[in-house]
Design a protein around this ligand. Structure first.
Ligand SMILES: [Zn+2]
Length: 209
């Protein structure tokens, strides 16, 4: 049985969405492509041309990770501009957006209004109130390693709508399978039924596995 890894950085992993590095040549399987806030430079126009080309590939199933980061040196206005450009690209291509967000959750809602495609906040491990606000505004959430042991997060996971959920390793070193088993247990699903739910969620993003 294979377990779909919604967001990861391991080029050799096949079953999931590989997050392409800036200007990297895409793998033969699913990937997402975007300009991470950390990778923003004043030369972003050229990077954006690369992104426009690479994102046309049918294996590019999502734009991202992109978004807002309050802990880095990059100017906020520049971050906003580049995030918005990527939202517009995703709208044009009709591909979902994988979001990186650090300390800027309140601003995300404004950007959500601009998106005509689903938005998935990856690596969610914040307070339940933050998560509830995002869910109410139709964001999906993807959970990683913290969900294996963080009891507060697990409490939240017990009640979130199953249709707005994904699982990922991001860059952490653990088996995605363990997270699937944990979630199935938290929600009282068999592992097969839980996998089926994730498969349906992927289908809602036009990702067929
Ligand atoms: Zn990542």
């Amino acid at each position: 049985m294979e377990f779909f890894n919604f967001h990861h950085h391991d080029y050799t992993k096949k079953f999931g969405i590989y997050n392409l590095k800036l200007r990297e040549v895409p793998p033969l399987n699913f990937f997402s492509a975007g300009i991470h806030p950390q990778d923003i430079t004043w030369n972003f126009e050229e990077d954006f041309l690369w992104l426009k080309t690479v994102s046309k590939s049918k294996n590019c199933v999502s734009i991202g990770e992109c978004g807002l980061d309050g802990l880095i040196e990059i100017d906020d206005n520049l971050q906003h501009e580049i995030f918005l450009k990527q939202i517009e690209l995703a709208n044009a291509l009709q591909k979902p957006i994988i979001i990186h967000c650090v300390r800027r959750f309140s601003q995300l809602l404004h950007f959500k209004k601009k998106a005509k495609v689903p938005m998935i906040v990856h690596g969610f491990n914040k307070r339940k109130t933050v998560g509830e606000e995002l869910l109410k505004n139709q964001f999906c959430l993807s959970f990683g390693k913290s969900a294996l042991y963080d009891v507060n997060l697990q409490d939240f996971l017990k009640e979130i709508p199953i249709g707005q959920l994904f699982l990922e390793t991001d860059s952490a070193d653990f088996e995605i399978k363990d997270l699937y088993y944990k979630m199935a247990e938290l929600r009282g699903y068999t592992i097969e039924d839980f996998q089926e739910k994730i498969k349906e969620n992927l289908k809602n993003l036009q990702i067929t596995i």
